[in-house]
Write a protein that binds this ligand. Structure first.
Ligand code: ADP
Ligand code: NI
Length: 219
């Protein structure tokens, strides 16, 4: 199989599909997740082709923007990989990974079986992109898209939301840090991701500290 060609054609397919996607969740997010996945792959034993394909196609069709259809992305990926002549086993692995890797999917799940290394790398890469400077930018981009307030001291964060409450939340964007972004550091699997997450977490805390001081009119 022409592996490099397949990766290039996958990039073109995803880039075309994400044309006009909302700013926090677009082709550039996919590119960053792909690059971070490549970095994490350096430190781990995993099926690199499966990881790369799933990283590129993991946000093909976000259910938030498709009437909650959580299987659409997997179906699109399956059709594309079949057209490309990718083997059934690889295709099935990629489709399975796309379905299971999202944070929302993990909400409300009890302790399950140990995830595969491929899933660990993908979850780490996707979650890292919600942290740090880029994560802050994405959160406010998403909040703007949803017309949410930056901050409202009268609406306290609820870090224990269930899946349904999380999906339908209209809370200010600052709350999202306490409800999700500050929890991500402790969800990393690989040593490299843990190291990167610690740096990005510290930067978010520094940002929040300064934001809340400025909000109060303090120095
Ligand atoms: P992904 O599909 O990449 O796993 P999500 O769809 O959950 O992630 O979120 C995409 C981006 O939008 C992330 O950066 C996330 O922090 C941000 N986001 C999601 N929900 C909210 C929210 N309620 N307020 C602010 N940002 C949000
Ligand atoms: Ni993503």
């Amino acid at each position: 199989m022409d592996r490099a060609g397949l990766i290039e054609r996958t990039k073109a397919f995803v880039k075309g599909s994400l044309e006009g996607a909302e700013g926090g969740h677009d082709w550039s997010h996919t590119q960053r997740v792909h690059r971070t996945a490549l970095l994490l792959l350096e430190g781990e034993r995993a099926d690199a082709l499966v990881v790369e394909l799933a990283a590129l196609m993991h946000d093909l069709a976000d259910s938030k923007f498709h009437n909650g259809d959580e299987a659409l992305g997997g179906r699109l990926a399956e059709g594309f990989l079949r057209d490309q002549g990718v083997g059934a086993a690889t295709t099935a692995q990629v489709v399975e990974l796309i379905g299971t890797m999202s944070f929302r999917h993990g909400l409300g799940e009890g302790p399950g079986t140990e995830p595969s290394m491929e899933l660990k790398i993908l979850q780490d890469a996707d979650r890292l992109d919600a942290m740090g400077a880029v994560g802050i930018a994405r959160a406010f981009s998403y909040g703007g898209f949803k017309n949410r307030a930056l901050h409202d001291p009268n609406v306290p964060p609820d870090p224990n939301m269930d899946k349904q409450a999380y999906k339908s939340s209209t809370a200010p964007t600052i709350n999202h840090f306490y409800e999700k972004l500050l929890l991500l550091k402790d969800q990393m699997h690989t040593p490299t991701a843990k190291r990167l997450a610690a740096q990005r977490h510290a930067f978010m805390l520094e940002f929040l500290d300064r934001f809340l001081k400025e909000w109060e009119g303090k120095e």
